[in-house]
Ligand binder design. Structure first.
Ligand SMILES: [Mg+2]
Length: 184
C-alpha cells in the first residue's frame, strides 16, 4: 500500500476526525485514566487501521491540518483539548448531541484555523453527525462502523483506505458540480 493521494485542487485545508469508532475500533471512554490501557500495544490494537493512519497522517499534515472532534467528559476535555483537538460533550453544556452533532466542534476549529466550511471535512461513524455537518455546509464522510473479524485481527470499516477513497470521489464530484475543469 502506497502513499495516500491528497484531493488535488479541492481546497480542503483540514481533515477532522471523530475519535471513538472512527479512528478506534472500540469506544475508549475513561481509558485515558486507566494506565493499564495506555501501553502502546493496547493503543495500537484499537486503531481501525494503524498502517493507513501512519501513511495518511504525514500527507494530511503536508497539505493541511489534522484535527480531532470528539465527545468527551469534563476531565478528558481538560486533558485533551487544544487548538486542533476539540473534546467536549454537548450534554455537559445543556445541548442535545442529536441536534447539534459535531457542528459546534467544527465551528470552533473553523474559527481557530480561519477556514471556510467547505475547506473542512469531517470523518465520523455517526451518520447523524454527518447529516448535520453537511446541512451546515461542511464536507463530511460517513465512516462505516469498524468491526473486527472473529477469527483474525482484521478490521473492516473505520478510518481506512476505503473511507479515504470515498472522500476523494466526493471531492471530485463536488469539483465537477461546481464547474471546475478536470484534466483527463
Ligand atoms: Mg464515533
Amino acid at each position: 500500500m502506497g502513499t495516500p493521494v491528497w484531493p488535488a485542487d479541492s481546497g480542503i485545508k483540514a481533515i477532522v476526525l471523530d475519535f471513538d469508532k472512527t479512528i478506534t475500533v472500540k469506544h475508549t471512554t475513561g481509558a485515558i485514566f486507566q494506565t493499564a490501557m495506555l501501553d502502546d500495544k493496547n493503543i495500537e490494537i484499537n486503531f481501525a487501521d494503524l498502517d493507513f493512519f501512519r501513511r495518511v497522517a504525514p500527507v494530511i499534515c503536508e497539505n493541511g491540518k489534522l484535527c480531532i472532534a470528539t465527545f468527551a467528559d469534563d476531565a478528558e476535555e481538560a486533558l485533551l483539548s487544544d487548538e486542533q483537538i476539540i473534546a467536549w460533550n454537548p450534554e455537559n453544556r445543556s445541548m442535545n448531541p442529536k441536534v447539534v452533532g459535531k457542528n459546534l466542534h467544527l465551528e470552533e476549529l473553523r474559527k481557530v484555523l480561519g477556514l471556510k466550511k467547505n475547506q473542512m471535512v469531517l470523518f465520523d461513524d455517526s451518520n447523524k453527525n454527518i447529516v448535520l455537518a453537511k446541512k451546515k455546509g461542511y464536507a463530511a464522510i460517513d465512516v462505516p462502523e469498524p468491526v473486527r473479524a472473529e477469527d483474525s485481527d482484521a478490521v473492516t470499516g473505520g478510518f481506512n483506505e476505503d473511507a479515504w477513497k470515498t472522500f476523494l470521489v466526493e471531492q471530485a464530484q463536488t469539483k465537477k458540480a461546481s464547474g471546475g475543469c478536470t484534466l483527463l
